[in-house]
Design a binder for this molecule. Structure first.
Ligand code: ZN
Length: 203
């Protein structure tokens, strides 16, 4: 497996790929969390393009000297990930949002958005966060922003779907024209469903 494809990124939006860092999310036996350490969170964030190589190296080095703060950030990231997951999942299932999740997510938003500022680009502005260099949670603001962007757009929110694969639980942003995407990946859940149909037809 090459360095570049060690993480599956099929969510089409940063916050959904972040949510999809648990394999077999909805299976008690097979569930596997990719973020088993702070290093893994940093590595994934680098892979996702939200930490530059230099930043990632700095964070990994700092975490050796301050493991408890790194651990704390990992716990914070996982808590954020699960809140985002449940909020989106409620939408896909047309269920009520858990108020506690929304309250917690709002707290995180308030914290990071006070650090937000706009930087003029050639044709528009881009969003930056004033996070001190080497802050353990450097990777979180863009993820929060990605989730806010979708949640505040009815059109985008309607495109968030959950994979139909048994126990998969992954979320994705459906970019197909008629919103017909059913699987996180055709090569994984899509193929398994196809194989099962084939087997059932033979019986
Ligand atoms: Zn799937």
């Amino acid at each position: 497996m090459s360095e570049t494809n060690k993480y599956m990124m099929v969510g089409e939006r940063l916050c959904l790929d972040f949510v999809n860092t648990i394999s077999w999310r909805e299976s008690e036996e097979k569930r596997r969390d990719w973020f088993t350490s702070y290093d893994k969170l940093v590595d994934w964030s680098h892979h996702a393009g939200i930490l530059e190589e230099k930043q990632a190296q700095l964070l990994l080095k700092k975490s050796i000297h301050n493991p408890s703060e790194a651990e704390q950030t990992l716990a914070q990231a996982i808590q954020l990930r699960e809140a985002i997951y449940r909020i989106f999942r409620s939408f896909t299932k047309e269920e009520l949002i858990n108020q506690e999740d929304l309250t917690n997510f709002n707290k995180v938003i308030r914290h990071y958005y006070q650090l937000m500022h706009l930087v003029p680009m050639e044709n528009d502005f881009s969003i930056h966060f004033d996070i001190p260099e080497g802050a353990f949670d450097s990777m979180l603001p863009p993820i929060v922003q990605s989730a806010v962007d979708i949640l505040t757009s009815e059109r985008d929110l309607k495109r968030v779907s959950q994979c139909e694969g048994d126990h998969c639980g992954w979320l994705f942003f459906d970019t197909s024209r008629n919103r017909s995407r059913r699987w996180c990946s055709m090569a994984d859940c899509g193929n398994r469903a196809k194989a099962r149909r084939f087997y059932q037809n033979k019986k």
